[in-house]
Design a protein around this ligand. Structure first.
Ligand code: SF4
Length: 427
């Protein structure tokens, strides 16, 4: 066990918010999980996991709904002889990639995704990607990243994937400032944001990841980027290495978060305050009205967020400020102080924050508090439900469109639904 509490540097009104740090046993999915939403987002990409049967099972069960479609992910299973070094894993990989590309000519971007087994035998997938790229480019670009569960959490798979795309992005063709939205969003949400930016007069908006491999955004010193997801530390660093500048903002969850996020872009691109007001006000009013019925259901209810998706802090801000929920504890696997600074400022001063996990200790705190609702991973949800607690699976929050004005009420409903279900069960 390794627990300590220390003050972080983020101040709300001058008062630092203490963060409990834990470094014990954790209960989280690995980064391979990101393939489930990323393969739907980049429509001509393929994800080839270089891993074990366990990895294949994880991906297939997490993405079980795709069973009727021809999936754009697969696992090159490393057998015992590969792991024991009895065969050349690189030769095997080259053979499988050649077969795959011959069978699926529509693939334009192939990710070789590392796993725990490939890391354990130190299979160098970056060299493999380089070697295979030379063979198959320009028809197919081949990149690599790691989705291994060794010291990572499941949303870091997206971070690693997007970071691997950055060096492949072209330089800008113009010196004009460009807005880049970073983090995968459902297409419907992306389209709503495109319309809003357009109405604000910010027409040159690009997205990472793009929907098509050939549409990789141009990146350079004139790129101003807004993070749409709070778990993209490596991607942000890679963008900054290319000269891009991050716009500090809360994340676009709820009415307040969405408005502040849009405002960060509007201020940078010189949008007049009156235009910003005229464009956003009807959306804000409609979204606030839609939130009302959920505020009635959720106000005053207590909630405990276990560390899982890294969305916990923006969610806690939304739940406490827009729905008046009581935060018992807000856990996050990692706390990126810089990217989360605007969020932390908006949390109540007495919020209990924890970073990392020692799952048994955290379960004890949760049981002692008996919150009305617990947000946690799948592994904890069933035992807690059996103990009479009401839970929400945090992974659902990553799969569901929750960003932007139109989705604010849908996001609130995700928290109201388990409470309604529990009320029906005990009635
Ligand atoms: S990458 Fe590691 S943690 Fe993830 S499924 Fe494979 S073996 Fe398990």
């Amino acid at each position: 066990m390794n627990v300590h509490v220390q003050g972080c540097q983020v101040a709300a009104d001058g008062a630092p918010k203490p963060v409990r740090r834990e470094n014990g046993q954790r209960e989280v999915f690995c980064g391979l999980t990101g393939i489930v939403w990323l393969h739907r987002k980049i429509q001509d990409a393929f994800f080839l996991v270089v891993g074990s049967r366990t990895c294949a099972h994880l991906i297939q069960s997490a993405a079980g709904v795709m069973i009727f479609a021809e999936p754009r992910f697969a696992t090159a299973i490393m057998e015992e002889k590969d792991l024991a070094g009895l065969t050349d894993a690189n030769d095997e990989l080259d053979r499988i990639v050649a077969q795959l590309i011959a069978r699926r000519p529509e693939i334009r971007l192939l990710f070789l995704v590392g796993s725990c087994p490939s890391e354990v035998i130190k299979l160098d997938l970056s060299r493999a990607a380089l070697r295979l790229s030379q063979k198959f480019s320009p028809a197919v670009r081949i990149l690599n990243y790691s989705g291994s569960g060794i010291e990572t959490t499941f949303t870091q798979g997206e971070d690693a994937c997007l970071a691997s795309l950055v060096p492949a992005a072209p330089p800008p063709r113009t010196s004009e400032d460009q807005l880049l939205i970073v983090g995968s969003l459902a297409d419907v949400v992306e389209d709503q944001f495109i319309r809003l930016f357009d109405a604000l007069g910010i027409g040159r908006v690009q997205f990472l990841p793009p929907r098509k491999a050939a549409a990789l955004p141009a990146i350079g010193p004139n790129t101003r980027f807004l993070l749409a997801q709070p778990f993209l530390a490596d991607t942000a660093r890679a963008l900054e290495d290319r000269g891009a500048k991050r716009l500090a903002a809360p994340f676009p969850l709820g009415v307040e978060g969405t408005t502040a996020w849009l405002r960060a872009a509007a201020d940078t691109f010189g949008v007049a305050p009156a235009l910003f007001e005229a464009v956003t006000q009807p959306h804000r009013i409609r979204a606030e009205r839609a939130l009302l019925r959920y505020r009635v259901q959720l106000s005053g209810r207590s909630i405990f967020l276990f560390p899982d998706s890294q969305l916990e802090i923006p969610l806690a801000r939304f739940l406490s400020r827009e729905l008046s929920m009581q935060l018992v504890e807000v856990g996050t696997p990692y706390l990126h102080r810089e990217h989360l600074a605007e969020e932390l400022r908006l949390l109540p001063d007495d919020v209990v924050l924890s970073e990392g996990q020692d799952v048994d200790l955290q379960l004890d705190r949760c049981r002692a508090a008996r919150p009305d609702l617990v947000v946690c991973g799948l592994g904890l949800a069933n035992p807690l439900e059996a103990e009479g607690m009401t839970t929400k699976w945090s992974i659902e929050l990553v799969f569901t469109p929750i960003q932007g004005y139109e989705q604010a009420a849908d996001l609130a409903e995700l928290f109201a639904r388990p409470l309604v279900r529990r009320a029906k069960l005990v009635a």
